[in-house]
Design a protein around this ligand. Structure first.
Ligand code: MN
Length: 441
């Protein structure tokens, strides 16, 4: 289990000047990612508005022999092999990087040559995601959408006995900044007519994702007490959704309504970096069913959640043209999660399913109780029926072509330096297949 150590010391400062003030990437964060520069992809760590090129630092002989092998893996163009090394290895590399980047480091002058401005690189996916599972952990989200669909039982009983999920599509996971093309598919117009057309009900879903570090063998479930150690770190996730397609097709589960694209932020904030921000899991209600033993642990109840705040901002084409900032349409946090990431992982593996390094487990739409905390348009606009004001004299029921969604996340706790997740953004592009077809008589 990740613990608070000297790398979280609020007094710790870096010789990289931009790491101070309100940087999302102070020396207490040190998220890992993959960047491309001069035609070559490799691993790095964010510090202020800079990136430390881990491979370049290794060539300069900056790492002690004890972490040299781990640093070599963290410098590769995909982080899977590094992530697979497990918690001890990533903790050791973090401690070494913290020392190298700290003010007063004897290596500071030498390491200037291994720094690159983040503005000069193109961020990539941090790892190959073999499998992507998206959960459904927010009770308010489940309840509202169940009512919207007119279900007799908006929250199915299983929701409170196990973390519900669907198997997502990993081939369409893209890094922040990649445009999302409006999908064409089957859906019903408000009058009930079935069409095959570009979907109008395009939505975002504000989520946090856990990336698996060390995996587990087939038929060897991960006990809840060890689940947290299998999570390398976290990134922002936008589970773009074509609600009309999803609502028409969904009998066995989500399919084309979800599989057209999923966006993730490029920087992976490690479990170690988040250690100071651990919080008790959401308390279960008095009427809630008791938990099966494999989902029950006093440690997880005491520290299974994190103090992480998230937001989604909409920037319309006219806002961009006029140089205006976007309008924040969702502000939420992890307190709405009925299940912890450790419970999600323990349940996922409980039937013997193996998880592999780089697999993505997302939280599901992180909607809270208040209107501002609704983390998708389906809820904010009651399925498109009540458009919301998004500023600049504009309103939205669903996303229009040219709209951009920018997600951000921060971890806060009094007495500690706040850390950020960077951004997860995407602009909506028009459908490729734009004609609307009805079934001929
Ligand atoms: Mn989702």
């Amino acid at each position: 289990m990740a613990v608070v150590d000297q790398t979280h010391d609020p007094e710790l400062r870096s010789w990289v000047a931009s790491a101070h003030g309100h940087s999302e990437f102070p020396i207490q964060n040190l998220p890992f990612g993959v960047f491309e520069h001069a035609g070559r992809q490799r691993g790095g760590v964010a510090i202020g508005d800079q990136i430390l090129d881990i491979g370049a630092a290794a060539e300069l002989g900056c790492f002690p022999p004890s972490v040299a092998d781990v640093a070599r893996l963290a410098a590769l163009p995909r982080l899977n092999d590094f992530m697979a090394m497990g918690e001890e290895a990533s903790t050791a590399l973090r401690k070494s990087l913290s020392g190298l980047l700290a003010a007063g480091s004897p290596n500071a002058a030498k390491l200037q040559a291994a720094l690159l401005a983040q503005s000069e690189v193109v961020m990539q996916l941090p790892c190959d995601v073999g499998d992507f599972t998206d959960f459904l952990t927010s009770l308010p989200h489940t309840d509202r959408l169940g009512r919207l669909k007119g279900l007799q039982e908006p929250v199915p009983p299983a929701f409170k006995t196990l973390p519900v999920a669907y198997h997502g599509r990993s081939s369409t996971i893209r890094v922040s900044g990649t445009p999302v093309t409006r999908p064409t598919g089957q859906w019903r117009r408000a009058g009930g007519e079935l069409v095959c057309a570009p979907v109008e009900s395009l939505d975002y879903e504000l989520e946090l994702g856990a990336l698996i570090g060390r995996g587990n063998q087939l038929a060897a479930p991960v006990p809840l007490a060890q689940a947290q150690q299998h999570i390398f770190g976290y990134c922002l996730v936008n589970d773009w959704s074509a609600k009309g397609i999803q609502w028409w097709e969904q009998i066995l589960g989500p399919f084309l309504g979800k599989s057209f694209m999923t966006s993730v932020s490029p920087w992976v904030v490690t479990s170690q970096a988040l250690a100071p921000f651990r919080m008790p899991a959401r308390a279960r209600g008095g009427d809630d069913p008791a938990l099966f033993p494999y989902l029950r642990s006093a440690d997880d109840a005491a520290a299974g959640s994190m103090s992480v705040q998230l937001s989604a901002t909409l920037r319309t084409p006219s806002m961009r043209e006029q140089g205006l900032p976007g309008h924040t349409i969702s502000r939420s946090d992890l307190q709405c999660m009925y299940w912890t990431f450790a419970q999600m992982l323990a349940h996922h593996s409980s039937n013997g399913c193996c998880l592999r390094p780089g697999d993505l487990l997302a939280s599901g739409t992180l909607s809270g109780e208040t209107p501002e905390s609704m983390a998708c348009l389906s809820e904010r606009t009651a399925g498109g029926a009540k458009p919301i004001d998004v500023g600049n004299a504009q309103s939205r029921g669903w996303l229009l072509d040219g709209d951009e969604i920018v997600m951000q996340g921060h971890a806060h706790r009094p007495g500690y330096v706040s850390i950020g997740f960077g951004q997860c953004s995407g602009v909506v592009k028009p459908a490729v297949q734009s004609e609307s077809v009805v079934i001929p008589d």
